[in-house]
Design a protein around this ligand. Structure first.
Ligand code: GDP
Ligand code: MG
Length: 163
């Protein structure tokens, strides 16, 4: 069985861009609008000899009667349940947000191995910005640029090593 990686994080942090980078496809919808990917989305990736399945999440469109936060938590739970390891994506440019804290709490509760990726970190010299994410209490913060591919291979190797 190939290991399954789930990409989770609030809308617009670059999960679908990372999915496309990992799977070498343009399958996931990359949006300039937060939350365009409607459903979980599956693809396959390879890091050297190691193959894996990757799940993109997104959408977070609330069902009637439930709010965006409940929907985000629900989709995160579903993807995490199917995954062997979680890649939690945050936005290095925007910094830490309340939603990041909510997701971190959910991940902690679910207890799956998790790596923390600070995306959009290309050309960033301001380490203080990245330092904020240690507050999430999920350990090491890994700067990556999904758009440019920087740090992505190292991230996947770490995620697969966490299994
Ligand atoms: P999602 O909602 O988490 O799936 O985010 P998307 O993959 O749809 O990306 C949201 C926006 O961030 C898009 O405009 C992307 O082009 C942009 N983006 C994604 N990755 C990067 C990156 O590494 N660097 C920069 N500067 N922008 C990025
Ligand atoms: Mg998306």
């Amino acid at each position: 069985m190939k290991p399954v990686l789930a990409l989770v994080g609030r809308p617009n942090v670059g999960k679908s861009t990372l999915f496309n980078r990992l799977t070498g496809t343009r399958d996931a919808i990359v949006a300039d609008f937060a939350g365009l990917t409607r459903d979980r989305h599956y693809g396959s990736g390879r890091a050297g000899p190691r193959e894996f399945i990757v799940i993109d999440t997104g959408g977070f469109e609330p069902d009637a009667g439930s709010g965006i936060y409940q929907e985000m938590a629900k989709q995160t739970r579903q993807a995490v349940a199917e995954a062997d390891v979680v890649v939690f994506v945050v936005d290095a440019r925007e910094g830490l947000s309340a939603q990041d804290h909510d997701i971190a709490n959910e991940l902690r509760r679910l207890g799956k191995p998790c790596v923390l990726a600070a995306n959009k970190a290309e050309g960033m010299k301001d380490a203080a910005r990245l330092g904020e994410f240690y507050e999430l209490g999920l350990g090491e913060v890994h700067p990556v640029s999904s758009a440019h591919g920087q740090g992505v291979r190292a991230l996947v190797d770490l995620a697969l090593d966490a299994l």
